[in-house]
Ligand binder design. Structure first.
Ligand code: SAM
Length: 449
């Protein structure tokens, strides 16, 4: 994490920042947890509407809001009750949130922001309250102890499992201890970039920008950086389409597709095209890709990104999940990166842990199977079908694969090289955050007989 110290703020400005941050978090928490609006979008909208916030305010609001969401399973008793209606940030009593915000920062295991001292006073806490945390109690199972000086939270037990929904462990087959998964999900993730043209040049540019890039040992085009203070989109490499922001786990999917130059591929659920662009790179712009999605506004983004990167072989089409965009068997390969619970991204999107309902998992699985079966018709005999989700849950992953194979005996799982390690995968792969300091992902590769 880039922790170059800022110039200290005057006491008056610091007071104002502490208050503004508490008001923003109160408003945004209501939006995320009561109105169930995606936290990243609410935060972006809030900052657009509050142009008076400088870059330091933005960073503080964002880090504090996401810290509260990440630790919400333990922090609930520190928060005032949610109002029935959306709170007006101008009317929020900032003091009511001070204890919650101190608690969130103590748990984060990061240096405390200057405003923590103000929140401590507003919450009526003694100086000793801030003497814990900050990496002094790193083991997750013991981390709650830093909250002891904050006073009683009646009835609250701080168990690791409480940091995820209580049904989560029953829905996922985790090869390690569940505590280890939670530990990973509590860590702030790095930003992963993908060098679309020349990894060495990208590393030089990122180093010149002071971003200390770390290439992945097995995937030189995958580069990790600490969350930057500058806007990455202002870098020339981004403006020229030489770099894309894409989590490492997502970067493995095009590698599993392994499209060859000259082939004809369909990216059925392309969204804004993260994986389409990666496939086009692997195909050296030779051959063609049809990119489709039910949400055509996403395809507009894809068109812009493809133009910026100079790919002329990507065609965008609306796809509502049924009729094929070409004649049956018209593609060498099809990728179905299906809509899912997105639980594999809970590290980046901690709000989603508290808004997903268990019943939704079965609904996703049903939709995924239908999309996969419909899209499979477009694969030529001898062609490849790849199914991917960013879900942690068995039903959306191996469950869909089993149901698909039972219904489509002309398809079989096909082994592929592990995209992040030595060895082969037997047709399907789960990636966990510990496999590369990344999101969790699932991928299966089929060959049509
Ligand atoms: C996991 S996201 C795709 C992400 C994208 N492949 C990427 O790499 O950025 C799943 C996509 O499926 C789309 N989708 C949802 N329902 C669909 C349907 N019935 N038919 C086609 N696409 C659908 C969503 O709009 C969403 O963009």
């Amino acid at each position: 994490m880039d922790r170059t110290p800022d110039q200290p703020l005057s006491p008056r400005k610091l007071e104002a920042q502490a208050r503004a941050c508490a008001c923003a978090v109160a408003h945004l928490l209501w939006q995320a947890l009561v109105a169930k609006r995606p936290a990243d979008r609410s935060l972006a909208a809030y900052l657009r509407a509050h142009r008076e916030c400088g870059s330091r305010d933005r960073r503080l609001f964002s880090e504090t809001f996401f810290a509260v969401l990440r630790w919400w399973g333990w922090l609930r008793p520190f928060a005032p009750p949610f109002p029935a209606n959306e709170p007006d940030p101008a009317r929020v009593r900032a003091e009511d949130y001070a204890r919650l915000l101190v608690a969130a920062w103590l748990l984060e295991d990061e240096p405390l922001p200057e405003v923590a001292e103000i929140w401590r006073r507003q919450a009526g806490l003694g100086r000793e309250a801030l003497s814990t945390g900050n990496g002094k109690t790193p083991a997750l199972a013991q981390r709650w102890r830093c909250l002891l000086p904050l006073g009683n939270t009646p009835g609250q037990r701080f168990e690791t499992a409480h940091l995820l929904p209580d049904w989560c462990a029953a829905e996922t087959t985790n090869p390690r201890r569940q505590e280890e998964l939670v530990e990973w999900l509590q860590r702030r993730p790095p930003v992963w970039l993908r060098a679309q043209v020349d990894p060495a040049q990208a590393l030089r540019e990122l180093t010149q920008a002071g971003l200390a890039p770390q290439p992945h040992p097995r995937r030189p085009d995958a580069i990790a950086i600490a969350p930057p203070r500058l806007n990455l989109r202002d870098l020339p490499a981004f403006r020229d389409g030489h770099l894309e922001i894409q989590d490492l786990a997502s970067q493995t999917i095009a590698a599993v597709c392994a499209p060859l130059p000259g082939e004809r591929w369909w990216d059925a659920c392309a969204g804004a095209g993260g994986k389409t662009l990666h496939m086009a790179t692997l195909m050296h712009s030779k051959g063609s890709i049809v990119a489709s999605d039910i949400r055509t506004y996403k395809l507009e983004d894809l068109r812009k990104r493809a133009r910026r990167a100079g790919f002329s072989n990507i065609r965008c089409r609306e796809w509502k999940g049924k009729d094929l965009p070409a004649k049956k068997g018209g593609f060498d390969g099809v990728l179905v990166d299906a809509p899912c619970s997105c639980s594999g991204t809970w590290r980046r999107n901690p709000d989603a842990r508290w808004t997903l309902e268990r019943e939704e998992i079965a609904e996703f699985a049903e939709k995924q199977l239908a999309l996969l079966r419909n899209a499979a018709g477009a694969v030529r005999r001898g062609g490849v079908l790849v199914y991917a989700t960013c879900s942690l849950f068995d039903a959306e992953n191996e469950g869909v694969v089993q149901a698909f194979l039972a219904a489509q005996p002309d398809f079989a799982l096909e082994p592929f090289p592990h995209p992040l390690a030595e060895g082969q995968c037997a047709g399907q792969l789960r990636l966990w955050p510990w496999d590369g300091d990344c999101d969790a992902m699932f991928v299966a590769r089929f060959r049509r007989g």
